[in-house]
Design a protein around this ligand. Sequence first.
Ligand code: AMP
Ligand code: GLY
Length: 420
Amino acid sequence: MKIGIIGSGGREHAICISLKNSNKINKLFCFPGNAGTEEIAENINIDTNDFESIKNFIINNNIDLVVVGPEQPLVGGLVDYLEKFEIKVFGPNKNASQLEGSKIFTKKLCKKFHIPTANFGIFENKEEANEFLLSSNFPIVIKADNLAAGKGVYICNNETEGNIAIEEIFNGKFGDAKNLLIEEFLEGEEMSFFTIHDGKTFKYFETAQDHKRVLEGDKGKNTGGMGAYSPSRLINEELKNKIINKIIKPTLKGLDNIGTEYRGFLYTGLMIVNNEPYLIEYNVRMGDPECQTILPKLKTNLIDIILACCEKKLKDINIEWLDKKSLCVVLCSKGYPDDYKKNEEIPNLDNIKTSNNEYLYHAGTKKKNNKFYAVGGRVLNFVSISDDFSSAKEKIISKLEELNWSGGFYRKDIGYKVIK
Ligand code: AMP
Ligand code: GLY
């Protein structure tokens, strides 16, 4: 089989590596990929928003299946577009992708189907939103409605911070925002819960917890994710059943009511308050770096699972996992998530060898004349699986020290809640 993977992050490199483990696959293409995917796939330099060029390449090269990694092409309707040309695609359609593309769509669905989530209000202009703050308790959460790469969320401790958030969102900091959302601040511990869906049924795909803030101690600006660990320390059978019955099943019913089904990975972002789950957000894809953290534990062949989803036969597959702890630390360019230098060489990267239970996934990297360069904010993902989080982290830190890249930085405290 020939497979096309859309995306260029650590998530997509991890998906490529997991797919490569199957002898069913003889060629991988990555659109546009990175220096890591280039080692095992052919990188195709087509923009992920250029649907027509992607479609032409797929047809001309007889690609059998396309796996879409990131949210933008999903929310933009790449799946629907490719299916019009009878191309087999794994990922949710445009209608279902509103779960991530519009926070207000999801909040309305929560209300209609009694899904536990923070209380909220929707505001169409600055005046009404600012007036609402006058009678609010703080902290309060203010969110842009549209896709904002994890950055359109403000936790406001007082009215002034709230006024600034409202001003920035309506002034177009995250694109053309017609609405914003103000919601109650939930006090608890976060957990990300993953499922995989074939349109008819779905299966559990593990839990993880990422660290979104740039600085140690979960301080500083929000990023795409500085590291993650799996499983979450919060998960237990009772909680799992609550999440499935109170959140995921009613959501699928809501999609069914608007005439759509869900096929693909679903990332349910939760706040757990006294063993009760509250929905914070949906993402219509695997998380990055959660994907890099979870896939090394997967025992079943990923391609068999994805093909079963495309044939609506997921119920016939038993998804098996290694009973291990997994941890991922992301190495970033100095300056990220603000400005950082591009095209910095990573001189020692070729010398880093991973042994059993260690994984090195590329993100913002490029190879030129046999040298590696950093071209993005998040550059490399170091993952290790072990019987305990502590030894997984030790192995990762020693690899990062061995690489000793002067252009980068990383958080040394990933997983602090699960490591004494
Ligand atoms: P989101 O993009 O909706 O996941 O929000 C980004 C981050 O903001 C989440 O991972 C939480 O840490 C935090 N957050 C969002 N909504 C709430 C809420 N209602 N209460 C507390 N924290 C929240
Ligand atoms: N790590 C957060 C995300 O993928 O959205």
